[in-house]
Write a protein that binds this ligand. Structure first.
Ligand SMILES: NC(=O)c1ccc[n+]([C@@H]2O[C@H](COP(=O)([O-])OP(=O)(O)OC[C@H]3O[C@@H](n4cnc5c(N)ncnc54)[C@H](O)[C@@H]3O)[C@@H](O)[C@H]2O)c1
Length: 340
């Protein structure tokens, strides 16, 4: 019988703790062997809480550890590519949070490293595993809405992240809209060829110091002639609002997960429901399903359905959006990764 995949989670903040908890309790054929965080208290506490045998403040030590088969990287974004390259050198299976990197050259180096090492590599684009998005993708691929013509995506976060997160995030296009760029490619089954990025500072004046905005819009043109727009906002006071619409020549899919618990209260000529508070609640199933898919690939020796190339392509769109915002004009994609 195949033994469980021995996993190490690197970075134990909001996202890393979620992955560690899933691996410890909900993922079949996986065990949480070790955890790392530069904060010794959080590393030690998480190991004790979730039953990991080993904890450390040095992520690199776990990448090299014999008792680890797979590393799950959920450290700040500016560390991703270096840790991915280290995992490739060590021959460890890799689950890497988005984005792959903040820099296209570095992203390509990381992609080349994982490819030449032949390790399984999955990017943390969990929305692909959300049951609603996965269903829409299957139906679109089966031709149920005819030819996909336009995608409209809205991603509004309930509150801007803390300053230290923003400083390493790479800005709203690479950090937040990147989920929608990946979804756009996934749902439309098409590649983006030109990008126009716009943005404003509406609430979080402090984002200016990182060359960032707290509200952004990206207009996308696709190779097929289809188009789309991606809206991102950091300070959505009413909750976590993720909506997507794919307009086809014979039908439209509209996906929303705004409603918490699926319960609506009806009163006299009035109805109300609770709004989902954040990404961990909205994508709870998706985080579990993406990790199970990764572990299944490691066991079966198959390639994950979303990998480093997808990470590169989404980053290419985000990089072009940032450039477009700065230049105030559309930017054609060099499509260097698209040819990879
Ligand atoms: N897929 C998603 O939906 C999603 C959601 C949130 C965050 N993320 C991504 O996950 C990553 C982490 O985001 P977060 O919100 O969890 O951040 P966070 O700030 O909550 O957590 C980061 C953690 O990493 C630790 N850390 C920092 N440097 C480290 C290092 N070199 N080695 C080990 N630990 C280190 C920090 O101490 C902290 O505990 C980011 O790249 C982000 O883009 C993805």
């Amino acid at each position: 019988m195949q033994r469980a995949v021995r996993c190490a989670v690197l970075g134990l903040g909001r996202q890393g703790y979620c992955h560690a908890e899933n691996i410890a309790h909900r993922i079949k054929d996986a065990e949480l062997t070790a955890v790392a965080d530069i904060g010794p208290d959080v590393a030690q506490k998480t190991a004790a809480q979730l039953g990991a045998k080993r904890w450390t403040t040095r992520a690199e030590d776990l990448i090299l550890a014999d008792e680890v088969d797979a590393v799950i990287v959920a450290t700040p974004t500016d560390t991703h590519a270096a840790l991915a390259i280290a995992a490739a050198k060590a021959g460890k299976a890799l689950f890497l949070e988005k984005p792959l990197s903040l820099d296209m050259d570095e992203a390509r180096r990381a992609m080349d490293a994982v490819r030449s090492a032949g390790i399984p590599c999955q990017l943390g684009f969990m929305r692909r595993f959300d049951p609603a998005y996965a269903h829409a993708r299957r139906r679109i691929a089966a031709g149920d809405i005819g030819r996909p013509l336009y995608i409209k995506a809205i991603s509004r976060d309930p509150a801007a992240p803390p300053a230290d997160y923003l400083a390493a995030s790479g800005g709203i296009f690479k950090d937040q809209s990147i989920h929608d760029y990946d979804l756009a490619r996934f749902l439309m089954g098409d590649e983006v060829t030109e990008v126009t990025g716009m943005g404003s500072i509406l609430v979080s004046e402090d984002v200016e110091r990182y060359g960032d905005v707290d509200q952004a819009l990206t207009f996308l043109r696709f190779a097929s002639g289809a188009a789309g727009d991606v809206e991102a906002y950091r300070n959505c006071f009413y909750g976590y609002d993720i909506r997507t619409e794919i307009l086809g020549s014979e039908g439209t899919f509209a996906i929303s997960g705004l409603q918490q618990h699926g319960v609506t209260l009806l009163r006299s000529r009035r109805s109300s429901f609770e709004i989902v508070p954040g990404f961990l609640e909205r994508f709870e199933d998706a985080y579990r399903l993406e990790m199970q898919a990764f572990v299944d690939c490691v066991i079966q020796g198959t390639e994950p359905s979303v990998g480093a190339l997808d990470g590169c392509r989404a980053l290419e769109i985000a990089t072009a959006a940032q450039l477009s915002l700065e230049r105030r004009s559309p930017v054609a994609l060099e499509r260097e990764c698209a040819r990879a």
